[in-house]
Ligand binder design. Sequence first.
Ligand SMILES: [Zn+2]
Ligand SMILES: [Zn+2]
Length: 245
Amino acid sequence: MAASDSVPDELLRTQKAFLEAIGRYEAVSVYRHAGTLTSVANVSLQAWLVWWAVRHWSNPLWEVVAVLAAIVVADFVNGVVHLVMDHATGYRSAIGPFVANFHLHHRIPVYRRRNLFVVYFRESGSKFWLVAYLAAVAWFLPTLLAASPASAHFFVLVGVLSSWAEVSHYMCHTTHYRFQPWLEKIGLGLSKTHHAHHHAEDNVDYAFLNGWTDPALNAIAKLLADGYKNTTDLHDDLYEVRARS
Ligand SMILES: [Zn+2]
Ligand SMILES: [Zn+2]
């Protein structure tokens, strides 16, 4: 076979693997319910951590530093996860259906309109890594609170803002609330014009809490990643477009 023929063949095989993976996601209840279980784990761990963490406070200056640092770190960390996931393949693996479902956010960027609390809960269901993070914070919380309550508040807030980042992305694509520009100013909202670059261009602006750390993420992406327009975005071509669930 000629070398020029091997690329389309390989792409076709990957597209079929994507189709099979998204079919498994939609048909097999264990995949659909895993998201709900992850949401329950994330939201209950967050509630437990906040409940414990607010019993102790450092001086106001350190608390402000902790909040600002948490906003920046949550934007960056979730941007890195987004960058990694936008390049993930492995559709035939056990987690292949989740990877395939994640890629649909480029194909169907507008969400179905829902209450923001429902969005917070539902979108936390794709954040498997966050369960491990929150469990680790819960384990170390007594030590952190004893050392410096502000440091404990930083780690807890990074966890909470990681879920809020999903709401921020939802509002950016879907709603026009009057408070959105204000949320953007304080780092808890994502500008539509800023984030539009992620969808219109290639390999840029992965941050989705507020986009403040996109310069750093863009430098990392340029150095390490191939982009999605000519890779993973092509994998769902055989999938019939439907409204986002
Ligand atoms: Zn993306
Ligand atoms: Zn988006």
